[in-house]
Design a protein around this ligand. Sequence first.
Ligand code: HEM
Length: 460
Amino acid sequence: MEATLPTSSEKRLAPMPRGQHWLFGSFLPVRNDLLNFYTRAFREMGDIIRFRGLPGLYWHLVLHPSHVEHVLLRNQQNYRKGKVFDGPIGLITGNGLLTSDGDFWRRQRKLMQPSFHRQALAGFAATMTEETEKLLPRWDALAAQGAPFDIAQDMAALTLSIAGLTLFSTPVGEEADAFGRSLRLAFDFVGFKMRPTLPVPLWVPTPANLRFKAARRRLDATVYRIIETRRKQLAPPPDLLSMLMAARDEETGAGMSDEQLRDEIITLLLAGHETTAITLTWAAYILTQEPAVAERLHDEAASVLRGAAPTADDLRRMPYARMVIEETMRLYPPAWGLPREAINDDEIGGYHIPGRTLVALNQFLTHRHPDFWEDPERFDPERFTPERAAARPMFAYFPFGGGQRVCIGSQFALMEAALVLARLAQRYRIRLAPQHPIEFDTMFTLRPKHGVQVIFERRA
Ligand code: HEM
């Protein structure tokens, strides 16, 4: 059949996959297995795909780097995060940087940006290394016994304690104390709420809602107590909270209120610790699968560090560690999808995008796009040499998002991940425990569903 080209007044609609349910559209496959559903759709339909939810409700999956650039950068003023994102996350972060919008967000971002500059962050490298050193006796003992353990849990505990110390100089153990437990419970609840489920408002006294509210109350009480103590301190410790408290609006001279500080602290905890833990967990998994990468990483760390723990300065001489982290986040992007809402009608790749509809970006699929990545499933850190990175379209790779809402903590995360990974590769050989299954849990971030059971062997 001959295709009819639309006239200039007609809106060209993006292709839809066949076989959508007459009533629920794509709701069920999205709910059951979003990543596989999107992967199949991408293979069958290409770079931009239209899906239907309930009758009359449409959304688009947008995967071509130049279209991603359109949404995140060139036409970013037409896209906001929208309810899918702000609703669930806002339950815990309030009006923090991740979920606020407009002038309020702009002011906060300006106030917070200087605290995340590379130089300001260098002071945190020592904390990152010290916390890693505390794990070494445990890892040495496990290595001596040849005992398998879940590295995902160790990484979660490590990045959480680093976050607690660098943010507000307070140790917050993963499971050991009430704060750590409340945090995990609250974050899991947010993950659950991000899935397409029946919208049960928070005021309905379901057990899950009640548990979440109790956890949030405990977190608030702790954070407000820390802020109150800090306001009275004459010589506050040099952490992110002190930097945020000292930040002043250029025009008005005003600082942040206690409530604002609370929202930002919880936001930074939420946005910062699990994403970095997952990156490190997948990187450790990669070392079990790619012996050549593990050896090269070890050689680099051994020659630069000569047995000592790494510093921020050492990282400059360890480019391979950074490339391994970057390639890990290509294949396993912790934030594996980014939802946006079109404010007004738009056109992407020649297709009509109606205003007030969802546009889903997806790092997992764009990072494996065969037109931009040769042999995309292969792990190859060489893709991240400066020359090869510069030769690619900017948005073929966007683990930290892009445009004005790009991750404020990217340098923090890259520094932390490289410091920990270098120490790991320098000291241990890592094997995957026999029969350990690796599957994705896409609930919120891209976690390994069953953790990653590894066996360490201490290097000579
Ligand atoms: C590997 C680790 C990390 C990954 C993959 C990651 C990913 C992202 C992504 C994709 C966004 C953009 C969200 C959007 O546009 O909708 C984002 C925003 C953000 N991230 Fe990260 N992040 C990481 C680590 C961190 C760390 C360590 C911190 C803080 C210490 C942090 C704080 C934030 C904040 C506050 C925002 C919101 C920025 C704004 O909207 O102005 N992130 N992150």
